[in-house]
Design a protein around this ligand. Structure first.
Ligand code: HEC
Length: 202
């Protein structure tokens, strides 16, 4: 018996495919545009001003000489500078090859990483373009703020297995001076990872 055209598998697949495309377009393209249009895009200076307890200020006490040479005083303005630089380093070093910045609503990720990410969290200069990440060789970093101390990060970037035995994360020795103290890059990337998710901590 000859099948009618609408019963053919290829026809059903075509309709389903187009359906998924339209749904995807509505939710992933039009949705964010509609829902985010009233939320202002925040500038990095506002982000720094909103985080008066950032670990950046603690870094000034932890590494006074290195900090003074790199940023001078710890103020919201130098914090903004460190955040911007930290993010640029994160992009340049390809940290996003191994780390995501998006807690997904699957696999009970909220238990491991904290609250599921919201689109509004990405509506600022330091998340543009968002580095959602596709591979997760390392853990998600969007709730990293306060998980570890500054000293932990400084030891970790210098030699990851020293604090996390068996770690496959590469060492970033160029974040340090010849004495093994963090330089401007080391301080900026630490301030940046300590900022990630700080808006949830407050
Ligand atoms: C080759 C993959 C890889 C790259 C590249 C990489 N990491 Fe990692 N990272 C890991 C793995 C695996 C872990 C978990 C083991 C550990 O803590 O060292 C980790 C852990 C971390 C942690 C601790 C997370 C936690 O909650 O304990 C931070 C922070 C971090 N990485 C930041 C960075 C930054 C910043 C960069 C870029 C400068 C970077 N990583 C580059 C693989 C990577």
């Amino acid at each position: 018996m000859k099948q009618s055209r609408v019963e053919k598998f290829s026809f059903v697949a075509l309709v389903a495919g187009l359906g998924f495309f339209v749904t995807g377009f509505i939710f992933q393209m039009l949705g964010p545009v509609i829902f985010l249009k009233d939320i202002p895009m925040k500038h990095v200076k506002e982000l720094a001003a909103e985080d008066p307890d950032g670990e950046f200020y603690q870094l000034a006490e932890d590494y006074p000489d290195e900090f003074k040479a790199a940023f001078g005083e710890a103020t919201p303005a130098t914090y903004a500078q460190a955040l911007k630089m930290g993010r640029d380093i994160y992009v340049a070093e390809g940290c996003w090859h191994c780390h995501s910045q998006f807690v997904r609503p699957v696999s009970n990720e909220h238990i491991r990483y904290g609250e599921v990410s919201l689109a509004s969290e990405f509506q600022n200069e330091l998340h543009m373009p968002p580095m959602l990440g596709t591979r997760r060789v390392g853990p998600d970093l969007s709730r990293q703020s306060g998980v570890h101390s500054n000293d932990w990060h400084v030891a970790h970037f210098y030699d990851p297995p020293s604090v996390q035995p068996g770690s496959v994360m590469p060492a970033y020795r160029w974040f340090y001076d010849e004495k093994g103290r963090p330089n401007k890059k080391g301080l900026a990337i630490t301030a940046y990872v300590q900022w990630l998710g700080s808006w949830k901590r407050r």
